[in-house]
Write a protein that binds this ligand. Structure first.
Ligand SMILES: Cc1cc2nc3c(=O)[nH]c(=O)nc-3n(C[C@H](O)[C@H](O)[C@H](O)COP(=O)(O)O)c2cc1C
Length: 337
């Protein structure tokens, strides 16, 4: 049996599989199932600023007002019935007492003061860490990239100063140069980066001619974007790297560790394959390591990162040069189970 232990934002995890924030968490039985299946840690679903702001408002009217400001929350919780901040904080405290693996809270706010205020409140629940779910879907034509980034730097620096549990920033991919932005975030002293969140996208029903909010899950192969950025960032920043999006099986986890991840988060695979599938993922990682003769994750972490690969173009090529140059291109199946 290989040793799958890893360290993530200063917290010891028995293995690198974290369950990312999602609303399976609404039921404590599901959280217990995640623990039983062997999850290394759990990130509880986000507390959104809208939940805080709307506590005393008529809910539906309130959501309408916020529609254009904060599409993610409206999409994730289109028919939100309760989940005020008090209940959320109470749940965190309760879950922390009932499970024996690290629990990480998650916040998604807009105003700096609310970020700080609720970061403190989440810390008081006893959780092991806090994930700041940064949301900046481009929607304001006149707002320039630097001002969006500066706002995030300020929030992270202030939250970091205000609480003593470790913090991570969960990012979307929508930054002009995510690497440069990440470098700036790293300078704020945060403990980890979660790359990347997958944002909900609206769709249109052409028969009804109206918008729909499909239940968006990732697809097999979506791991390639976080894989690329994990490989590029390994040993380039102080913060730990948690790879996220499109990680469906043990093979995908192995790929991320080879690229340089400290840990990974998965969600869609638990919706598609059920929570117990974490067990299969762990077995597959174990089998792969045994087969290769690796005793612990450190034996191969970052082995295929940009820092350690000989071909400098692997992570840099964004186009189809190889395919164009190759007379008989071989399209390899990139997914391994
Ligand atoms: C139903 C559902 C609810 C989610 N809720 C949250 C949330 O509250 N906070 C958050 O940061 N991410 C949330 N996410 C995003 C996931 O944590 C994750 O980043 C995303 O699904 C990509 O990972 P995956 O490919 O493994 O699904 C949610 C995703 C789903 C599918």
């Amino acid at each position: 049996m290989a040793n799958l232990e890893t360290k993530y934002m200063g917290i010891k995890l028995k293995n690198p599989i974290m369950v990312g924030a999602n609303n399976l968490m609404e039921k404590i039985e599901n959280i217990k199932k995640m623990e039983e299946a062997g999850a290394g840690a759990i990130v509880y679903k986000s507390l959104f600023e809208e939940q805080i702001e709307l506590e005393n408002m008529q809910l539906q009217d309130g959501l309408d007002e916020y529609d254009d400001r904060h599409a993610m929350m409206v999409n994730v919780f289109p028919n939100i019935k309760h989940a005020g901040p008090e209940e959320h904080l109470y749940n965190l405290e309760k879950i922390k007492k009932e499970i024996n693996i690290p629990l990480i809270g998650s916040l998604n706010c807009i105003n700096k003061d609310i970020w700080i205020d609720y970061a403190k409140k989440v810390e008081e629940t006893g959780v092991d860490g806090l994930e700041l779910n940064l949301y900046s879907m481009p929607q304001e034509l006149k707002k320039d990239a630097r001002s969006v980034e500066k706002e995030h730097f300020k929030i992270l620096s202030e939250v970091k100063k205000s609480i003593s549990i470790p913090i991570s920033a969960k990012l979307s991919f929508f930054y002009t140069n995510p690497l440069n932005f990440i470098l700036g975030l790293d300078k704020t002293g945060i403990d980890a980066l979660v790359i990347f969140n997958r944002l909900f996208q609206p769709d249109i029903d052409i028969e009804k001619e109206e918008h729909i909010q499909p239940f968006n899950l990732s697809n097999l192969g979506d791991h390639k974007l976080p894989l690329r950025f994990t490989g590029l960032l390994y040993k380039k920043i102080k913060a730990d790297i948690c790879s996220s999006t499109g990680i469906f099986n043990g093979g995908d986890v192995v790929k991320m560790i080879l690229a340089g991840s400290n840990a990974i988060q998965c969600v869609s695979t638990l919706f598609k394959n059920k929570i117990g599938y974490i067990k299969n993922m762990l077995k597959d990682i174990n089998d792969w390591m045994d087969n290769k003769g690796y005793k612990e994750l450190e034996d191969f972490r970052g082995k295929l990162s940009n820092k350690n690969v000989k071909d400098p173009y692997i992570y840099q090529r964004a186009q189809y040069v190889d395919i164009i140059l190759n007379k008989e291109p071989i399209i390899k199946e990139s997914f391994t189970r």
